[in-house]
Design a protein around this ligand. Structure first.
Ligand code: FAD
Ligand code: NAP
Length: 315
């Protein structure tokens, strides 16, 4: 394969928008490497109500459905593969794939986003996929007419609790403090729902069950008191880790400058400390962690890449 004008790593809102703008802006040889179905983590959201111009109830999956097709119309190629590492020698990047092969590119836009964090209570790993979940849209229906628990106190936990409350008879929100990190209007909505109970100042201690799955969760109040909540399903929404693995080099250093939280340091053009390498969306410093801002980052980076590749090849 010839050297790509641009390799895009990640097919969430950032990567897809970068794909749209690079191809529509005239780059002909652009591949988006996405390990799964394009769309990113918003595909796990049951409802998105803050994407401009999109009114009414819409799920993350429905919002993202037309994005890949729109990009492909302008020539973006999607290759479904996991990228293990990005390296650079002279002016050429090498994109290393999971199968051991690689491809070269003049520029790279990385938008690998973030992944759900584990809360760390006993039984969480053992029961993961058997009653413990990080996706209400995917697994909520299994608990139709039953009670479930949600662990966390951010936007995701509260929004997904609202979704689950429509399917389940009762939702316990277990949060380690007595105030929430979530947006104020979401907190107000949660407080008005009769079948949501707030279990505050409590940490999840242990999920227990048997071979057929989860039977309940024990929570510990800050006073030390233990409460047993009998539920067949536990949803954890306790934040995300940055997916920065592809930037780790053979000597364990990062390809570009990072901050202490493992986020990529960029300037307002999404340029990293390495010429030709741009970082977008949830993985960059000070990311607002929104679909609209990730998409905006993708557009900014793509416009920079068009100029960068032009200057590189026509210098
Ligand atoms: P991501 O969406 O995380 O996409 C990254 C992509 O990269 C993924 O598809 C992943 O498979 C791929 N990838 C990762 N590593 C590799 C690799 N090594 N090789 C190949 N591919 C790779 N935002 C809002 O604006 N409004 C909301 O209402 C809202 N609700 C949310 C609800 C939930 C449940 C969650 C989890 C998030 C929500 N967000 C919301 C936040 C929003 O989803 C993110 O800010 C946004 O998706 C970030 O986009 P991104 O492109 O940076 O990364
Ligand atoms: P988050 O904002 O980081 O919140 C994580 C929550 O989990 C916090 O309440 C935190 O408690 C709690 N927590 C963390 N570790 C824990 C542990 N080990 N055990 C128990 N609880 C733990 O994560 P998020 O809600 O997934 O949101 C991520 C980003 O996406 C945010 O920037 C958010 O605004 C954005 N987002 C936006 C929307 C929207 O705009 N509508 C929707 C979803 C997400 P503390 O509060 O005590 O730290």
């Amino acid at each position: 394969m010839s050297i790509l004008d641009c390799a895009i790593i990640g097919g969430g809102p950032a990567g897809l928008t970068a794909g749209l703008y690079t191809t529509r802006g005239g780059l002909e040889n652009v591949v988006m490497f996405e390990k799964g179905m394009p769309g990113g983590q918003i595909m796990n959201s049951s409802e998105i109500e803050n994407y401009p111009g999109v009114t009414g109830e819409i799920s993350g999956m429905d919002l993202m459905a037309p994005w890949p097709e729109q990009c492909q119309r302008f020539g973006l190629v999607h290759e479904m593969v996991t990228i293990t590492r990005v390296t650079k020698k002279d002016n050429i990047f090498t994109i290393h794939k999971e199968d051991g092969t690689s491809v070269e590119a003049y520029s790279v836009i990385i938008g690998t986003g973030s992944s759900p964090r584990r809360a760390g209570f006993k039984g969480e790993d053992a029961f993961f996929g058997r009653g413990v979940s990080t996706c209400a849209t995917c697994d909520g229906f299994f608990y139709k007419g039953k009670e479930v628990a949600v662990v966390g106190g951010g936007d995701t936990a509260l929004e997904e609790a609202l979704y689950l409350a429509k399917i389940c008879t009762k939702v316990y929100i277990i949060h380690r403090r007595d105030t929430f990190r979530s947006a104020p209007n979401t907190i107000e909505r949660v407080k008005k729902v009769p079948n949501i109970e707030l279990v505050l100042d409590c940490v999840a201690d242990e999920v227990y069950g048997d071979a057929s799955g989860v039977q309940g969760i024990k929570v510990k109040h800050k006073s030390g008191e233990i409460r047993d909540i009998v539920v067949p399903g536990v949803f954890t929404f306790v934040g995300n880790n940055v997916n920065n693995e592809v930037l780790i080099q053979e000597d364990s250093t990062f390809l570009c400058d990072m901050n202490e939280q493992g986020q990529v340091i960029v300037n307002i053009s999404m340029a990293t400390s390495v010429p030709g390498l741009y970082a977008t969306g949830d993985m960059r410093i000070a990311a607002p962690k929104q679909v609209i801002s990730a998409a905006g980052d993708g557009a900014v980076a793509a416009l920079q890449v068009i100029s960068y590749v032009d200057e590189l090849l026509n210098a």
